[in-house]
Ligand binder design. Structure first.
Ligand code: NAD
Length: 365
C-alpha cells in the first residue's frame, strides 16, 4: 500500500468546509485504489495570525516541505482587513509560493456541458483550456519604487512623484515555463498559444524568441502567438479553439480569471502551483474564503475536490484515482446535483448544500 504525506491548510472562511470535503473524497478514492494518505493539518492565513501573530508560521512551511503535496482551502477575510500589509493573510500565499519554489501555476478552465447554462456566453458547447501562468517573475516581482521628477508635461504641469513597477524576465525563467507549456500541450490537444505583448514589450519579444527556438524540440505541438489584448477578445469569441495557453505572471493572472468566468461558477475552478519536479506542489480552489457564505452550507466544494484530483495526477502520478474523481464529479452534475452558485435555470435539478454535494460525489466514486 502506498502512503502519501499531504499537508492540508484549511485556512479561513469556507476553506475548512471545502477542504474537509476534498479530504473525504481523497480517502474514499484511496480506499478504492490502494492508496493511503497521511494528512497533517496546518495553519496559515487569518487563523494563523490569531494564533501565532503571523500569517505563515515556519512550522507550516516545514510540514509542507516535508510532504508529497499541499492542499489549501483559502485565506483571508474582513476580520484581518485592517492588519498591516506585511502581515495580511494573503501574504501566506506568497510565502508558500516562495518557500516551496512554485513557479508555474496551472489553471484549467473546463466547462462541464451540464453547466453550460451557467456560462455567461451563449451557444458554447465545450471549453477545455489549460492556462499555464509563470508565477514567480515578471512585474509582480520586478523593481518597484517611486522617484520624483521635475520634468514638465505637454500641458505645463510638472510630473512630480512617479511610481514604477518593472517587467523583468530571464532566459532561465522563460525557458522552464515554456517547456512546461509544450509538455502539457503534448499530453492534451497539441496546441500551445504564447500570449504576450511583443508589439510593445522587449520582455515579450524574448519570450517569443525562446518559444521559437524550443518549438523544433516539440514537433507534434502547433505553436502560435497572440497579443494579450487580442487573446482577451478571442477567449470570448472562440473559447473552444484554445488548448494550452502559456503566459507571464500578470497576463496569466488576468486571463485565467476571464477564462474561469466563461466556464460558469468560481466554485468549480481548481488550480495547481508547481515547482521543480519531485518537489511538493500546492493545490487549491481558485476562489477565496467567501466570508459572505462561510458557515451557511452554501459553499460549492467541487473546486477543491477537483484540486484534489489535480493533486493525484500532477504530484502523485495517480492518474486512475484522479480520473475516478473527475468521473464522479461529472456523474454528480449529470445526475442534477447543484449547489446554489450553479443552480442557474436548470430544470429538474436537486438543490444541495456543501454536505449534500460532497455526499453525492462520494457515492459516485
Ligand atoms: P471570493 O472568491 O472569496 O468570493 C467571491 C464571490 O464568489 C462571493 O460572492 C462568494 O460567496 C462566491 N464564492 C466563492 N467561492 C465559492 C464557492 N466555493 N461556492 C459558492 N460561492 C463561492 O473572493 P472575495 O470575496 O474577493 O475575497 C474574500 C476573501 O478571500 C478576501 O479576504 C480575499 O483576499 C481572499 N482571497 C483568498 C484567495 C486564496 O486564498 N487563494 C483568493 C482570492 C481571495
Amino acid at each position: 500500500m502506498k502512503i502519501y504525506k499531504i499537508a492540508v491548510i484549511p485556512g479561513d472562511g469556507i476553506g475548512p468546509e471545502v477542504t474537509s470535503s476534498a479530504v473525504r473524497v481523497l480517502e474514499t478514492v484511496g480506499a478504492k485504489c490502494g492508496i493511503e494518505f497521511e494528512f497533517t493539518s496546518c495553519d496559515a492565513g487569518g487563523c494563523a495570525i490569531d494564533k501565532y501573530g503571523k500569517p505563515l508560521p515556519e512550522e507550516t512551511l516545514d510540514v509542507c516541505r516535508a510532504s508529497d503535496a499541499v492542499l489549501l482551502g483559502a485565506v483571508g477575510g474582513p476580520k484581518w482587513d485592517a492588519v498591516e500589509p506585511s502581515l495580511r493573510p494573503e501574504r501566506a500565499l506568497l510565502g508558500l509560493r516562495a518557500g516551496l519554489g512554485l513557479y508555474s501555476n496551472l489553471r484549467p478552465a473546463l466547462m462541464f456541458k451540464e453547466l453550460s447554462s451557467a456560462s455567461p456566453l451563449k451557444n458554447v458547447e465545450a471549453i477545455d483550456i489549460l492556462i499555464v501562468r509563470e508565477l514567480t517573475g515578471g512585474i509582480y516581482f520586478g523593481k518597484h519604487g517611486r522617484s520624483d521628477s521635475a520634468e514638465v508635461l505637454s500641458d505645463g504641469s510638472v510630473k512630480g512623484v512617479t511610481a514604477y513597477d518593472t517587467e523583468e524576465y530571464s532566459v532561465g525563467e522563460i525557458t522552464r515555463i515554456l517547456r512546461e507549456g509544450f509538455r502539457y500541450a503534448q499530453g492534451r490537444n497539441k496546441k500551445l498559444t504564447l500570449v504576450d505583448k511583443a508589439n510593445v514589450l522587449e520582455s515579450s519579444r524574448l519570450w517569443r524568441e525562446i518559444a521559437a527556438s524550443l518549438a523544433p524540440e516539440y514537433p507534434d505541438v502547433a505553436l502560435d502567438y497572440l497579443y494579450v489584448d487580442n487573446c482577451s477578445m478571442q477567449l470570448i469569441n472562440r473559447p473552444s479553439t484554445f488548448d494550452v495557453i502559456v503566459t507571464s505572471n500578470m497576463f496569466g493572472d488576468i486571463l485565467s480569471d476571464e477564462a474561469g468566468m466563461i466556464t460558469g461558477s468560481i466554485g468549480m475552478l481548481p488550480s495547481a502551483s508547481l515547482g521543480a519536479p519531485g518537489t511538493p506542489g500546492m493545490y487549491e480552489p481558485v476562489h477565496g474564503s467567501a466570508p459572505d457564505i462561510a458557515g451557511t452550507g452554501k459553499a460549492n466544494p467541487l473546486a477543491t475536490i477537483l484540486s484534489a484530483s489535480m493533486l493525484l495526477r500532477w504530484s502523485l502520478g495517480e492518474v486512475a484515482a484522479s480520473d475516478m474523481i473527475e468521473k464522479a464529479v461529472r456523474d454528480t452534475l449529470a445526475d442534477g446535483f447543484r449547489t446554489p452558485d450553479i443552480i442557474g435555470d436548470s430544470e429538474g435539478c436537486v438543490a444541495v448544500d456543501t454536505e449534500g454535494m460532497t455526499a453525492a460525489v462520494l457515492q459516485r466514486i
